[in-house]
Write a protein that binds this ligand. Structure first.
Ligand code: COA
Length: 498
């Protein structure tokens, strides 16, 4: 293979090696920071070699830090080898989920905007090795990322040793779509100079001291394929409620005609909501979010969006084919940034993001749980939802009104775990309708959530709960002895229904 097209730094030519040799630089007890944000742009060959070695050398483990969730060849392979001690800041892998819920993996669920700066602050110890997937290494030894940026800039700047996997499967035409900027730390931090989502504020490669690059491995490996489930009727109904809410906000003069930059969370409901925007009258919108999914390409193609900024291309194989075949168009319309910038509260507040995220459950007073099933079992993590919800112009949480065939009401008296408090949640929407909570007292919020969002099967019991709570003194009509009784009933009987 001719390596010079992608490895342009003469001084590093002797660092080209095999995945097995590179993996020997990672030893038990170390902290490894990798590229990857969703199952794309993560290293593949060195983790496979490392997992194979750790399978043989029993008792070895590392701390694994990433941008967010990554492919199963990294997270899953190391978890199956029993080789993950500590995991941050977000995951979606089934083996990791099982192990952290068994308390075999120490998982710290962190706001994504906090993570990079807190690595620099030294909150989580030193990063020994940065392992990143790259399109190319430049003449200066700088690293051009592939299909995600995530936390790679901070890992590269902080680690003592850098290992690069140059993936020749990812086309060089992606070069130039990245905008790499790292803020200084307090007390020297300056305003981040991003005023409009389209602004370019950084470099196209991640700066790296080339003497830290100890191994370069060439690969030709696919990301894990991503598939999207078709939007069901409930999700489509949620999208319709949101679109009519946006139209009312425009009519009331609280949003401009082209809205404000949209953010959309992860999961099947969030996908459907974005897809639903295609059927809206809105055009020429801007998307400032985390992940660029297939439906974002649809929205760019049909003129609903004019520009999209994220930290990762989370595309199906067909989506990647479409991206690569139309790079001339998309390179002017899409930018990938470090997650420290895509999720930065300073920018989110400045641009006035419309934050749309998904709840597992919401309570009648407006608190939202996005991470835990029945208060105990971790699903994925908070991800960037808190970054956007707290700093957004409008923070919206969507969920189907019921789960598990109706045995669970997603609208409950009190959430079993709180990720987003009533102070950060402006709108709750289910397929039943939308509750606009702005400016309401706790009992007004409860009435609005019950009457607009709860499923009719659960409304009478929620009304009874609120009525009983209103007989007690105080501001919030909560019944301490009953607040979590719905969850308890589900665990005892398999349904929340009385
Ligand atoms: N109680 C118990 N289980 C529930 C539930 C509830 N109230 N609501 C949903 N579930 C279950 C579903 O039944 C499903 O279970 P299954 O995997 O056994 O089928 C699972 O939770 C996922 O639900 P689903 O409706 O498929 O949700 P989703 O794919 O839209 O994901 C979240 C929803 C909340 C899990 C997901 O959006 C998430 O992880 N969010 C947090 C991170 C985030 O918002 N990141 C974006 C920031 S930019």
């Amino acid at each position: 293979m001719n390596h010079s097209e992608r490895m342009k730094c003469e001084a590093l030519k002797d660092r080209i090696t095999t995945a097995e040799a590179a993996a020997t630089l990672i030893r038990s007890g170390m902290t490894l920071g990798t590229s990857g944000f969703t199952p794309t742009g993560y290293p593949k060959a060195v983790p496979a070699a490392l997992a194979a070695r750790f399978q043989k050398e029993k008792g070895c483990c590392i701390n694994l830090y990433t941008g967010a969730s990554v492919g199963k060849g990294l997270d899953g392979a190391l978890a199956e080898a029993g080789a993950i001690n500590r995991r941050m800041p977000y995951q979606t892998n089934t083996t990791v989920r099982k192990k952290l819920n068994q308390r075999d993996i120490r998982y710290s669920d962190i706001h994504l905007s906090h993570f990079a700066q807190e690595i620099r602050y030294g909150f989580y110890g030193k990063v020994d090795v940065a392992l990143v997937e790259a399109l190319e290494i430049t003449e200066e030894g700088h690293i051009v990322p592939t299909t995600s940026v995530g936390a790679s800039p901070v890992f590269i700047s902080q680690a003592e040793t850098v290992i690069v996997e140059i993936n020749t499967r990812k086309p060089l035409s992606l070069k130039g779509m990245h905008d790499i900027y790292q803020p200084q730390d307090p007390p020297h931090r300056q305003p981040i100079p991003l005023v409009n989502p389209e602004d370019r504020i950084g470099t196209t490669a991640i700066p790296c001291d080339p003497t830290k690059i100890k191994a370069i491995v060439f690969t030709d490996l696919e990301d894990d394929p991503i598939s999207f489930t078709a939007a069901d009727e409930d999700s489509q109904q949620i999208a319709r409620h949101l679109i009519s809410f946006f139209q009312q906000e425009v009519m009331a003069g609280r949003l401009p005609e082209q809205l404000l930059p949209l953010q959309s969370g992860v999961g099947s409901v969030a996908n459907a909501v974005l897809k639903g925007m295609s059927d809206s009258p809105f055009k020429n919108l801007v998307f400032y979010s985390e992940v660029i999914q297939d439906n974002v390409l649809d929205l760019l193609d049909n003129g609903t969006f004019r520009f999209a900024s994220g930290t990762s291309f989370t595309l199906s194989p067909e989506g990647f084919d479409r991206l690569y075949a139309n790079m001339a168009q998309y390179r002017n319309q899409i930018m990938l940034r470090p997650m420290e910038i895509s999720n930065n509260p300073e920018i989110i507040r400045r641009i006035g993001s419309i934050a749309m995220n998904t709840a597992i459950e919401a309570d009648i007073f407006g608190n939202v749980n996005s991470t835990h099933i029945m208060g105990r079992r971790m699903m994925n993590g908070i991800g960037g939802s808190g970054d956007f919800a707290r700093a957004g112009y409008l923070s919206i949480f969507a969920t189907p009104s019921m789960a598990k065939g109706g045995a669970i009401s997603a609208i409950v008296p009190m959430v079993s775990h709180v990720d987003h408090t009533e102070h950060d949640v402006k709108v709750i929407v289910t397929e039943q309708g939308l509750a606009d909570l702005r400016g309401l007292s706790p009992w007004e919020r409860a009435e609005s959530v019950i009457e607009n969002c709860a499923h009719p099967d659960y409304r009478p019991a929620l009304r009874d709960y609120l009525a009983a709570g209103m007989k007690e003194p105080g501001h919030t009509a909560q019944l301490m002895h009953e607040a979590l009784s719905w969850h308890q009933r589900f665990e005892e009987t398999g349904t929340m229904k009385p």
